[in-house]
Design a binder for this molecule. Structure first.
Ligand code: F6P
Length: 321
């Protein structure tokens, strides 16, 4: 009997730890006697047949690297039924019987559509945004938070020297999690996220409160989903006359060597994804949820809304006063 063949791809925005997940999928698959293939550039590569067999050594020396050795893409063609048909045909040309998709919610929507066409698919949450329901932390989130915290410390030094305020715009699309966690860990005076209606007046009040008790700096973390960093800086200067600079961290947050936390989670999820395929499961996301490795139906994941970490928000406000 032929060996079962599975494939792995990374899709959407890359995230530190994706390589560790690829490595785990490949090595666990080979350990269990499967043939494992890699798909380049996400669903785009699936459509175009950019598919190659992977070996134990093709994933050597990547556990510590950011980015994704398989590369990634956002594929408009795959979002169409014709694009997905092409991908399905290519999978049968290469004899792929199961697929592991590492990515965020957009990638999972694609994976669910493939599953509905009869393909066996399992998803692993890989995105810095931490915006996936039934998932404590997405792969890459911890690394991104650490990158932002380091940036806050550097910016705090110069902000204190000049007795200024600094607005630091942080990624996360419509989710404020990177802002919340990095804001708490970095001791930011204000955290402005899409999930909470915050006013410039509140930010100004907190700046003045800090200054009046001798604080030399004011750090405002602003989630990109809120936007308007330069307008906010101007409003602060107009209202309270505090010189305010803006730092947009951008893609620096998406790169770099993954933290041990991200590598460990990626390794565990990659291994479990292969087991799920071997158990015949499909249309499921594997994630750490409530501290356990569990799996959930894509439909359930894609219809639920991730809860807001309100206790982190409140705590950060209390502690940075
Ligand atoms: O989803 C990850 C993410 O980095 C978001 O935080 C951000 O909004 C988006 O991707 C940026 O996408 P791109 O790299 O395509 O500009």
């Amino acid at each position: 009997m032929n060996r079962k063949s599975i494939a792995v791809l990374t899709s959407g925005g890359d995230a530190p730890g994706m390589n560790a997940a690829i490595r785990a999928v490949v090595r666990t698959g080979i350990f269990h006697g499967l043939k494992v293939m890699g798909v380049k550039k996400g669903y785009e590569g699936l459509i175009k047949g950019e598919i190659f067999e992977m070996s134990l050594s093709s994933v050597a020396d990547i556990i510590h690297r950011g980015g994704t050795m398989l590369q990634t893409a956002r594929s408009p063609e795959f979002a169409t039924p014709q694009g997905r048909e092409k991908a399905l045909n290519m999978m049968s040309v290469f004899g792929i019987q199961g697929l592991v998709v590492i990515g965020g919610d957009g990638s999972f929507r694609g994976a669910r559509d493939l599953a509905a066409m009869g393909v066996q698919v399992v998803g692993i949450p890989g995105t810095i945004d931490n915006d996936i329901p039934f998932c404590d932390y997405t792969i890459g989130f911890d690394t991104a938070v650490n990158t932002v915290v380091e940036a806050i410390s550097r910016i705090r030094d110069t902000t204190s020297s000049h007795n200024r305020a600094n607005i630091i715009e942080v990624m996360g699309r419509n989710s404020g999690d990177i802002s919340l966690y990095a804001g708490l860990a970095g001791g930011a005076e204000s955290i402005v996220v899409p999930e909470v209606n915050a006013s410039v007046e509140d930010v100004c009040k907190r700046i003045m409160h800090g200054r009046n008790r001798g604080k030399l700096h004011s750090i405002i973390i602003l989630a990109e989903g809120v936007g308007g960093a330069f307008e906010m800086a101007k409003a602060i200067e107009d209202k309270i006359g505090v010189e305010t600079r803006v730092t947009i961290l951008g893609h620096v947050q998406r790169g770099g060597s993954p933290t041990a936390f991200d590598r460990i989670m990626a390794s565990r999820l990659g291994a479990r994804a292969v087991e799920l395929l071997m158990e015949g499961k499909t249309s499921r996301m594997v994630a750490q949820y409530q501290n356990q490795i569990r799996d959930f139906d894509f439909d359930e994941v894609l219809t639920a809304k991730k809860g807001f970490a309100g206790e982190i928000y409140s705590l950060a406000r209390i502690l940075s006063i």
